[in-house]
Design a protein around this ligand. Structure first.
Ligand SMILES: CC(C)(COP(=O)(O)OP(=O)(O)OC[C@H]1O[C@@H](n2cnc3c(N)ncnc32)[C@H](O)[C@@H]1OP(=O)(O)O)[C@@H](O)C(=O)NCCC(=O)NCCS
Length: 147
């Protein structure tokens, strides 16, 4: 696999939605993804195997506060380092934008994601009771300090 990480634009809407639906019980709506792809306060990074989008991440920010709102890799490409490459590229963007920190929420049972975040220096900072539904579950809150 020749992996390439690129910033996504409106032309990638359908491909992002396909991965959303594959990976999440409550996928983002078409409108939310469209807005994010056009936003100047968000960056979606895509991982490509040739022309095929196989994963993406989303970083949003307000002033110097970042929020990692999503990361997903197509099932058949998991455990091959794609998520790590997306995270590394996202951290680079966060540094370039001079963000002070990045926060995120993740299902407490989502070990692959929690482990990935820990690998990139995110610390556990709290929980939010019953934050998710379908199925109902607590969120673990994590923060990565940059400055
Ligand atoms: C989380 C996710 C993006 C990881 O992507 P990936 O490409 O498989 O990740 P990588 O291969 O780069 O693995 C990086 C690290 O993640 C962790 N990890 C990945 N898969 C794991 C698994 N099945 N079990 C435990 N840890 C795992 C490990 O720490 C791994 O590091 P290591 O290879 O040094 O052990 C992927 O599993 C996914 O898309 N999950 C569904 C969507 C999702 O839940 N996103 C998070 C929303 S908050």
């Amino acid at each position: 696999m020749i992996l390439e990480i690129k910033v996504l634009g409106a032309e990638h809407l359908e491909d992002v939605l396909k991965i959303e639906e594959e990976c999440f019980s409550k996928p983002w709506s078409e409108n939310s993804v469209k807005e994010l792809l056009l936003s100047e306060k968000a960056e979606l990074l895509g991982a490509f195997d040739g022309d095929r989008l196989i994963g993406y991440s989303c970083l949003e920010w307000v002033l110097d506060e970042g929020s990692l709102t999503n990361i997903a890799v197509s099932d058949e490409y998991r455990k091959m380092g794609v998520g790590s490459q997306l995270m590394a590229a996202l951290m680079k963007t966060a540094e370039e934008k001079e963000l002070a920190f990045i926060t995120l929420e993740v299902r407490v049972s989502n070990l692959p994601a929690v482990n990935l975040y820990r690998k990139f220096g995110f610390l556990d900072v709290g929980t939010r009771r019953n934050y998710y539904d379908a199925p109902r579950e607590d969120a673990l809150l994590m923060t990565r300090y940059i400055k």
